[in-house]
Design a protein. Structure first.
Length: 768
């Protein structure tokens, strides 16, 4: 996973650490993320993704992406592609470990036959309604089906005919034969395989019997040699059935299921059924509506994958369900965008302001920084200033209340980056009486926003030049529901009645400074004094600029989790940012801090967002340009620079990188060859940033060199085999899964530095 974050120790990490230390499953860690390809992923899935992929990376293991595609209804390849895109967007890769449960249909069918042959499953001919009636209640035992006593031969014959398509849907179902009086109702002869005459999006019409989740999931884990099957608490009662299935089909060293609390987020819903209803009934505009908690919606709203991962780390893992304050998510978003989004000025409700003593026809180009409060980040733009401006209508009041510090008759304020202006007159519509223009005078000596005579003003307002500003549509997104718990509504009503009618307000007459012209769709900004926005990735064009609000600068719902609150109309940044030095440190010879190339996304084969960041942040752009020379892996280099290198720079509040692109390319080559793991590579990167040393020097200092010397490794293998004679005997009698145990023991004995391929080859040779 991209990013360099320090994680706390939770109960799952502690469990995995104990398992690794004890040599369980040979010290391997193998997880999986198993989405159903019948919809879009949401932020609840993001938590599971971070757990599954994050743990695997943290412990040097693997994580499979497996699509649980055993229900042909609603499954589609477009959902597969959307899920793959979302996971990659979050910063995770599965390499060659893409799996589909449908690829295991033949094996699952064979496992079902094994259960029948062992008297552990039978074909039931009760209807679905009858099966529910026979199951009983929590207080009352269930009843045996009249078909429970069918012979093994009859069950095998019926199951074969089920597969051959002889029966209609619902005529029969294969059930596990467990205990109809079991206190866990899921253990009361659960359905395992059903008839469904439907075309599968991958398998076509090859199958008309489909395994159910509780049968498929555990066996898919076992087939893939998963060690830690992590899932949400809703599957806690399923664990007993999980263990029963893998035991009864004879799985050796089966996976173990562990549950953690799912994400329940205030002011939204994370139920797929409810999300489908919101989309199908037109309450939102598709699955990527920025009001939805889908990853597609959050991405279109401007939320970054780093903010989502930070949020998932922030909320941690718990054993009990609870509802998470949405302010935590908004805090993570603001904290991320505060150092990421360049500042620009946009006036959403324009009010004409005429500077009467400013020369007609004169235009000044004022220099304004993109990051005025965050010294380690640099870059600036020019903003045209003229006689006629637009300011926010809310920034002027003819009869201001107490505590109002913006423009009013006779009052002087500062125009951001420009001059002091003083209001002298107000022009009103002769019919409606509405204010349509304010007239001011300016003090030429205050250019840049300061007065040489020490005169102070209390208010600062943003503005755009009426002649030069670009028209824009601004969409103000807010929380989708008015209630923290959308289901907490009056009797007889449902969550739809809690929809927030103000969750989207469209502003059509906005004006924005011209510096944004030419920026790619999907570029993020902070609109000064207003909030964080993104140019709509799908609808914004040079001819029609459309901006979506990601989050306001402060919590408009009255919370105090804001990391960058607005106070008195002035942006204030977190204490750490305010304490940053007031001058940009000089860059070393390796990477200049003040000049960088313009990166072309199409030419380099990288995303427009990555190209924008690399172009706007010269130190990163120069590092990328150096590293990518003569190479074909631009996308991988861009990911490292934009995410990992950038995060380390933020961690150190640095303006430059103390090594050049050649050193970064050398590090990536070491990872690609398998000399070090990706997680070790991040440790090396951090050490390179501190010392400026080449990666090979850091690796030697940290003791991470990969040992591929047979003479050095062979004694470790011999010692390990001698230490576990019982397991050697078990391996030689067919328990091939113990190979991983021996490899893990040798790897631990080498401190993780031995070449795992050589270790496996030596272990196999000596155990044969």
């Amino acid at each position: 996973m991209n990013g360099d974050r320090t994680r706390g120790t939770d109960f799952i990490r502690a469990m995995v650490a104990r398992d690794v230390a004890a040599g369980k499953w040979g010290g391997r860690v193998a997880t999986r993320f198993p989405p159903e390809p019948n919809g879009y992923l949401h932020i609840g899935h993001a938590k599971a993704i971070c757990v599954d992929f994050g743990l695997a990376e943290e412990f040097g293991g693997t994580c499979n992406l497996r699509f649980d595609d055993t229900n042909p209804a609603g499954e589609d390849m477009r959902f597969v592609e959307a899920i793959r895109h979302d996971i990659r967007w979050l910063g995770f890769e599965w390499d060659d470990r893409l799996r589909f449960a449908s690829d295991y249909f033949e094996q699952l069918h064979a496992f079902a036959v094994t259960l029948i042959e062992h008297g552990k499953a039978y074909v039931d001919s009760l209807s679905e309604a009858e099966i529910r009636a026979y199951r009983g209640t929590i207080a009352e035992a269930g009843r045996d089906s009249p078909y429970r006593t069918r012979s093994i031969a009859e069950n095998l014959d019926l199951f074969r005919r089920m597969r051959d398509g002889e029966f209609p849907d619902g005529a029969h179902v294969l059930r596990g034969k467990i205990d109809m009086a079991h206190p866990n109702m899921l253990m009361r002869d659960p359905p395992l395989v059903r008839i469904r005459h439907a075309t599968h999006y991958r398998m076509g019409d090859a199958w008309c019997t489909y395994p159910l989740y509780d049968f498929t999931h555990c066996l898919s884990d076992a087939i893939e040699r998963i060690t830690h099957s992590l899932c949400s608490l809703e599957f806690k009662d399923n664990r007993e059935l999980y263990d029963w299935v893998v035991h009864e089909v004879g799985i050796v060293d089966p996976p173990e299921q562990t549950e953690f609390a799912r994400l329940n987020l205030e002011y939204t819903v994370l139920s797929k059924r409810k999300l489908v209803r919101l989309v199908s009934e037109g309450h939102v505009d598709g699955w990527d509506d920025p009001r939805l908690p889908t990853l597609a919606g959050l991405r279109r709203r401007g939320v970054t994958p780093e903010a989502i991962r930070t949020f998932c780390d922030m909320i941690g893992l718990a054993r009990t369900d609870s509802r998470v304050d949405i302010g935590k998510l908004e805090h993570a978003i603001r904290d991320d965008l505060n150092l990421r989004a360049p500042r620009v000025m946009c006036v959403q409700q324009p009010l004409r302001l005429v500077i009467e003593n400013y020369p007609e026809g004169q235009v000044e180009e004022l220099v304004a920084p993109y990051y005025p409060h965050d010294v380690p980040l640099d870059g600036s733009r020019t903003v045209p200033f003229s006689r006629v401006l637009y300011i926010e209508r809310d920034d002027f009041q003819e009869q201001p209340p107490r505590g109002y510090f913006r423009l009013a008759p006779g009052r002087e304020v500062r125009l951001r980056y420009a001059y002091y202006v003083k209001c002298g007159d107000v022009i009103k519509d002769p019919i409606t009486g509405a204010i349509i223009e304010v007239r001011c005078t300016y003090d030429p000596a205050t250019r840049g926003g300061g007065s040489p005579d020490g005169r102070k003003v209390q208010g600062t307002v943003h503005w755009v030049s009426a002649e030069h500003a670009l028209p824009a549509v601004v969409r103000l997104y807010d929380r989708l529901f008015t209630r923290a718990d959308p289901d907490d509504v009056a009797a007889g009503r449902d969550f739809i009645s809690a929809l927030n009618p103000e969750s989207l307000v469209v502003v059509t007459g906005a004006r924005i400074e011209p510096s944004v012209a030419g920026d790619a769709p999907g570029t993020r900004y902070q609109f000064e004094r207003q909030g964080y926005f993104i140019s709509d990735p799908t609808e914004s064009t040079p001819e029609r600029l459309v901006f979506n609000r990601t989050v306001a600068l402060r919590d408009t719902w009255g919370r105090t989790h804001d990391a960058a609150a607005t106070q008195g109309g002035r942006l204030t940044t977190p204490r750490a940012a305010r304490a940053a030095p007031t001058a940009t440190p000089a860059a070393p010879a390796g990477v200049p801090a003040q000049a960088g190339p313009t990166i072309d996304a199409t030419a380099q084969g990288i995303s427009t967002e990555q190209a924008t960041i690399l172009s706007r942040e010269p130190a990163l752009g120069a590092l990328f340009a150096q590293a990518v020379k003569g190479r074909s892996d631009a996308a991988s280099i861009a990911n490292w620079v934009v995410n990992d290198v950038r995060n380390v720079m933020r961690k150190h509040a640095a303006a430059h990188v103390p090594f050049d692109g050649g050193a970064l390319a050398a590090l990536l080559d070491l990872i690609a060859r398998g000399d070090i793991s990706r997680s070790q590579g991040k440790s090396v990167l951090g050490a390179m940033f501190t010392s400026g040393d080449e990666p090979a020097v850091v690796i030697e200092r940290l003791g991470l060199q990969r040992v591929a010397d047979r003479e050095a490794i062979e004694p470790l293998v011999d010692r390990t085999i001698a230490e576990f004679p019982d397991r050697v005997e078990q391996y030689r009698h067919g328990r091939s899964g113990l190979l991983g145990f021996f490899v893990g023991q040798v790897m631990r004995a080498s401190g993780g530095t031995a070449d795992p391929h050589l270790v496996e080859a030596l272990v196999k040779a000596k155990l044969s």
